[in-house]
Write a protein that binds this ligand. Structure first.
Ligand SMILES: NC(=O)C1=CN([C@@H]2O[C@H](COP(=O)(O)OP(=O)(O)OC[C@H]3O[C@@H](n4cnc5c(N)ncnc54)[C@H](O)[C@@H]3O)[C@@H](O)[C@H]2O)[C@@H](O)CC1
Ligand SMILES: [K+]
Length: 503
C-alpha cells in the first residue's frame, strides 16, 4: 500500500534511495521526467504548443528534463526560466546545461513576466514543488497570477501546483492546475478539499522508489488503490450457499424517507449478501415488499418512525447490520437506536441519522466497539466533534475519534478518509464528483454492511466497500456524467466486480 509521507521527507528519501541503488540524483530526476512524459504522451498531441515554466529548484529541474524529453519526441516546446541564477539547485543547473541549443528557452525578467503574451495550448507548471516554504510573492506570484488568467489552455502541475504546501493548507495564491501529476505518492495536502481548485484531477506516477524506502518515513497514512483491494476480497467455494454470503439487516426509514433504506438494502444485495432484511416502520413495509421483492421486511410495530416496539427476538440471526439511512431523529428513533445498539451484538455500520443521534446524545458513543463503523460526511462529522478550521484539523480529529471510541471512522468526500483505532488512515483514490448525489451514502452503508455480513474482517470490509463504491460510481457516470443518480451506482456494483476481476 502506497505510503503518504511528508513533503519534508522527500529530500532524505531521495538521498537514501540513490545511495542504495548507486545512481545519481540526476538519474532519479530523469526517471521522474520520463514518468511524466509517458503520461503526457498518452494525453496530448504533438502539435500542441507546450510552455514549460521552470523554477530554480528540483521541481524546475524536472520541468527542464521534461522539456528536453518532449522536444526529442517532436513536441512543440518552449521553456521559460524563473528564479535568480545564483540560487539554482545543482540538478536544475545540470538540466539547464543539457537543454538542446535549438530548444527555445527564455529567461524571464520581472519585466517579461509583466508584459509577455503567451500563445500556448498547454502550460506545464514546474516552478516550485514540495520545497515551497512560504506564501508566494514577487515574481513567482506575478507569474502564477498571469498563468491562472490564461484562457483556452490546459494547465498541468508537476508534482504539486506551485504555491500549495505539501502538508499544510494554502495561504495566499497558487497555480490552478487542471491536472496534477504527482511523483511516487500523492502529497498529503492534495487530499484536502480546500485545494480542489488548485489540484484539478490527480494522477500519481511511480518513479521507481520502492515501499521499503517509503516505510521509514511512514506517518501511518496510505493511499488506497485498486491493486490494494483485489487481494482483500474473500473467495467463496463452488458449494457456497446463501448463508455463506451473509445475512444482513438494514435498519432505518421513516415516513417520506423509505427510499434511503431501500437503496441501502439493494446495494447490500448487489454487493453479494445472501439475504437482506429491512427493519422499518410500518409505513415502509408495503413500499419495500413491492419495490424490492428480494428483501424480507420486518415491521417495527410503529407507524411513521422506528420505536422501542420493534421485535427484538431473532436479531442474532443477522451477521451484520447497517443503521440510520432515512431513520429520522425523533424521540422514538433516539430511544430505538439506544436500545438497538445495546441489543445487537454483531458488527454494524452507523450512518446518517444514526450519527446525528449520536451527536446529540454523546453517551451513546460509549457503546461503540472495534467492529463498528461510522460513515459521516463532513457536516455529520462536525456535529459529532465540533467545527473544524480546515480539513487538516478535521483529519486529525477523525484519527483521534477512532482512537478514543475504538471504532472505524469513514469521513466521506473526495478522497474519503478511513481512520482505524490503531491510528492508521487510508485515503481513497476511486470515485468522482458525479457521485455527489442524494442516496450515494446509503449505497456505501449497504456495501460495507454486506462485506461485514459476508465474513470480511472490519478492515477489509471497509477498505473494499469504500474503494468499490467509488469504482461503481466511476463506472455508473461514464455515460451519465452529472446525470448519475444513486440507483445508477447500485446498478454498477456488479460491473465493479468485473473491473476488479473478483467473482
Ligand atoms: N525524491 C523525490 O521525490 C524527487 C523529487 N523531485 C522534485 O523535486 C521537487 C523538490 O525540489 P526542491 O526541494 O529543490 O524544491 P522546489 O523545487 O520546490 O524549490 C525549492 C526552492 O524554492 C525556494 N522557495 C521556497 N518557497 C518559495 C517561495 N514561496 N517563493 C520563492 N521561492 C521559494 C526555496 O528557497 C528553494 O530555493 C519535488 O517537488 C519534485 O518535483 C524529482 O526531481 C524526483 C525526485
Ligand atoms: K509545480
Amino acid at each position: 500500500m502506497l505510503e503518504i509521507i511528508s513533503g519534508t521527507a522527500v529530500k532524505k528519501l531521495d538521498t537514501d534511495f540513490i545511495a542504495e541503488k548507486g545512481i545519481t540524483s540526476h538519474r532519479l530526476m530523469e526517471n521522474a521526467a520520463q514518468a511524466f512524459c509517458d503520461w503526457f504522451e498518452s494525453n496530448y498531441h504533438r502539435n500542441d504548443k507546450v510552455g514549460i515554466f521552470c523554477g530554480p529548484g528540483n521541481n524546475g529541474g524536472d520541468g527542464l528534463a521534461i522539456g528536453r524529453l518532449l522536444w526529442r519526441k517532436g513536441y512543440d516546446v518552449i521553456v521559460f526560466l524563473l528564479g535568480e541564477e545564483g540560487k539554482v539547485s545543482a540538478d536544475c543547473r545540470l538540466n539547464r546545461e543539457l537543454l538542446p541549443d535549438k530548444l527555445p528557452a527564455i529567461s524571464m525578467s520581472a519585466d517579461d513576466i509583466a508584459h509577455m503574451e503567451f500563445d500556448l495550448d498547454v502550460v506545464i507548471d514546474a516552478i516550485l514543488g514540495v520545497g515551497v516554504n512560504r506564501p508566494l510573492g514577487g515574481d513567482f506570484l506575478g507569474m502564477i497570477t498571469k498563468l491562472n488568467a490564461l484562457t483556452h489552455v490546459s494547465r498541468v502541475a508537476v508534482d504539486i501546483p506551485t504555491g500549495v504546501p505539501s502538508d499544510e493548507c494554502l495561504e495566499g495564491d497558487a497555480f490552478k492546475a487542471d491536472i496534477t501529476v504527482s511523483f511516487q505518492y500523492p502529497k498529503f495536502s492534495l487530499m484536502f478539499p480546500e485545494h480542489a481548485g488548485y489540484v484539478g484531477i490527480l494522477h500519481v506516477v511511480s518513479i521507481g522508489i520502492g515501499n521499503k524506502f517509503m516505510r521509514q518515513f511512514s506517518q501511518n497514512k496510505f493511499y488506497l488503490q485498486l491493486k490494494d483491494v483485489v487481494s482483500r476480497h474473500l473467495n467463496f467455494s463452488r458449494f457456497a450457499h446463501k448463508g455463506d454470503f451473509g445475512r444482513v439487516l438494514l435498519v432505518g426509514g421513516s415516513y417520506g424517507s423509505i427510499g434511503a433504506i431501500r437503496m441501502c438494502a439493494e446495494a447490500s444485495l448487489r454487493t453479494g449478501s445472501g439475504l437482506a432484511a429491512c427493519l422499518v416502520p410500518t409505513c415502509g413495509v408495503q413500499v419495500l415488499q413491492v419495490g424490492l421483492p428480494e428483501v424480507q421486511v420486518i415491521s417495527s410495530n410503529s407507524d411513521r418512525s422506528l420505536s422501542l416496539a420493534y421485535p427484538k427476538e431473532g436479531l442474532d440471526r443477522y451477521d451484520a447490520a447497517g443503521i440510520g439511512p432515512g431513520m429520522g431523529t425523533t424521540a422514538d428513533a433516539k430511544e430505538f437506536l439506544l436500545d438497538f445498539i445495546k441489543t445487537f451484538k454483531g458488527p454494524k455500520v452507523l450512518d446518517a441519522d444514526a450519527i446525528n443521534i449520536l451527536a446529540q446524545d454523546k453517551e451513546m458513543q460509549e457503546y461503540l466497539g472495534e467492529e463498528d463503523v461510522l460513515t459521516p460526511h463532513v457536516k455529520e462529522f462536525e456535529r459529532l466533534v465540533g467545527g473544524c478550521q480546515n480539513h487538516k484539523q478535521r483529519l486529525a480529529k477523525a484519527r483521534e475519534y477512532s482512537r478514543q471510541y475504538g471504532c472505524v471512522l469513514v469521513l466521506k468526500g473526495a478522497h474519503t478518509c478511513i481512520s482505524f483505532p490503531d491510528g492508521t488512515q487510508y485515503f481513497n483514490s476511486s470515485g468522482n464528483k458525479h457521485m455527489a448525489t442524494g442516496g450515494a451514502g446509503d449505497v456505501l452503508t449497504g456495501m460495507i454492511t454486506s462485506f461485514l455480513g459476508q465474513g470480511y474482517g472490519v478492515k477489509n470490509a471497509v477498505l473494499c466497500g469504500v474503494y468499490q463504491h467509488g469504482l461503481a460510481g466511476e463506472i455508473a457516470s461514464e455515460d451519465k456524467r452529472r446525470g448519475t443518480i444513486a440507483s445508477d451506482i447500485i446498478k454498477a456494483i456488479p460491473k465493479s466486480y468485473l473491473a476488479l476481476d473478483v467473482d
